[in-house]
Write a protein that binds this ligand. Structure first.
Ligand SMILES: Cc1cc2nc3c(=O)[nH]c(=O)nc-3n(C[C@H](O)[C@H](O)[C@H](O)COP(=O)(O)OP(=O)(O)OC[C@H]3O[C@@H](n4cnc5c(N)ncnc54)[C@H](O)[C@@H]3O)c2cc1C
Length: 390
């Protein structure tokens, strides 16, 4: 039954009061970078007691995943209530209690394709931040052309034996479990892939961090050497993992598109008004950027509502991913332009360990991860614009 405006307004007032009373002050500071976020999992080291307290109290209420059903660890909120919760968290600058590939990617796929046992088992653990997941999609030679993947799962009756290699597996060395695409039939390119879940401590799984020019190693090469995976750890039907993979990619692209452009982000013009006052070109670029972000947020809100209602055009996440990630890159170009050479400081105390410069470089990967901008444009050309030859 749809809620009345009055009931929603009461929910808003109660939610605001609860957040004000329960969100620790430290959790109302902006997240500096990926390492400052709460990722959860078996081996996660909390940065502070407040970070753990915030995760526990939000998970206890089901508000790490407010719109998931209660039996799977969610809050059971309606889409309207979920939106209000997000708005109130943004207004009070509350951090997301949990950053999680489980929430952003695997969870939606399990809700759609998982068995009841899988949902109860994995979703509850994801909601409480108990398992940290990584994504085993890309392989050397299979990135944009993902369907050419070669990691093979051999049928051994009651289990699979998996052999092969993945690459660019973000946080594989920190993750507890992997959701992984594996070829289970070599005769059919699309209908020969299965979607498997397995523990990263299974014998035969090893990871090797890839060192980047920045000195950090956010992702790994991941190797599988005779890894035994029980049959009930397949999600969806045998050989139909490509359907699960595509559905998950839609959620991944939606998630990546919004990174850094959230509703709580201050307008860049307001942020740099003093610097831009005497720089007409920079001022105009900032004004243009702020207008584009407003349009992006409106579009994104509409698309997310449609997606949650199952009414979206399947190519909408591709559009959002392209626009969102290109805008995020532009945002950091403007931040660097406004900051001048000081913004390039790498390791100084004043620059907080080069947080801006590092974030600027990180945005470059935004338009590659989850499918490159060229691939997104190709999908839009073919599936939305129906251009000839696309
Ligand atoms: C920060 C980051 C995190 C990542 N995390 C993960 C992860 O956790 N798990 C995971 O599995 N993968 C991850 N990836 C890998 C990512 O998904 C791939 O890099 C991406 O899909 C592109 O594949 P590729 O690198 O093989 O490039 P390629 O497919 O080799 O593409 C090279 C270039 O050719 C262009 N190109 C290719 N085909 C076409 C075409 N048909 N039309 C036009 N242009 C084309 C591409 O746009 C690109 O510019 C991550 C990548 C990054 C940057």
């Amino acid at each position: 039954m749809p809620e009345t405006q009055e009931a929603l307004e009461t929910f808003r007032i109660e939610t605001r009061a609860w957040l004000e009373a329960n969100c620790p002050a430290e959790m109302r500071e902006p997240v500096r970078d990926e390492t400052d976020a709460c990722w959860g999992g078996r081996n996660f080291v909390f940065k502070s007691p407040a970070q753990k307290q915030w995760l526990d109290i939000m998970a206890g209420r089901g508000w790490t995943v407010p719109d998931w059903p209660k039996q799977y660890g969610g809050g059971g909120l309606t889409p309207e209530q979920t939106k209000i919760l997000r708005q109130e968290m943004a207004t009070l600058h509350c951090r997301a209690p949990l950053s999680s590939f489980g929430i952003w990617m695997l969870g939606p796929a399990l809700l759609k394709f998982g068995t009841e046992e899988q949902k109860v088992h994995y979703l509850n653990q994801i909601a409480r931040g108990e398992i940290r997941w990584c994504q085993g999609y890309s392989e050397p030679g299979s990135g944009s052309d993902l369907v050419s993947l070669a990691t093979f799962g051999e049928d051994k009756g009651d289990h699979w034996v998996v052999n092969g290699q993945k690459i660019w597996t973000s946080y594989a060395d920190k993750a507890d479990w992997i959701f992984c695409l594996v070829r289970t039939d070599k005769t059919d390119k699309y209908r020969g892939i299965s979607f498997l879940l397995f523990d990263m401590t299974t014998p035969g799984v090893s990871t090797k961090p890839i060192l980047l020019i920045s000195g950090s190693s956010p992702f790994c090469e991941t190797f599988f050497d005779n890894v035994v995976v029980p049959k009930d750890q397949i999600v969806g039907e045998l050989n139909r993992g490509w359907d699960v993979a595509k559905y998950l990619l839609g959620h991944e692209r939606e998630m990546i598109s919004g990174g850094g452009l959230g509703t709580d982000m201050m307008s860049i013009g307001a942020q740099f008004k003093d610097v831009a006052a005497d720089e007409p070109v920079l001022r105009a670029e900032m004004a243009n950027f702020d207008v584009e972000v407003m349009a992006f947020r409106a579009m994104s809100e509409k698309f997310v509502d449609e997606m949650k209602a199952g009414k979206n055009h399947p190519a909408e996440p591709n559009m959002m991913k392209y626009i969102g990630t290109e805008l995020n890159k532009k945002r950091f170009e403007l931040i660097m332009a406004a900051g001048g050479s000081d913004a390039l400081e790498w390791d100084s105390e004043a620059s907080g360990g080069g947080v801006k410069a590092r974030s600027w470089l990180r945005t470059k990967g935004n338009s590659i991860e989850g499918g490159t901008s060229e691939i997104m444009l190709g999908v839009v050309a073919k599936r939305i614009l129906e251009l000839p030859g696309a």
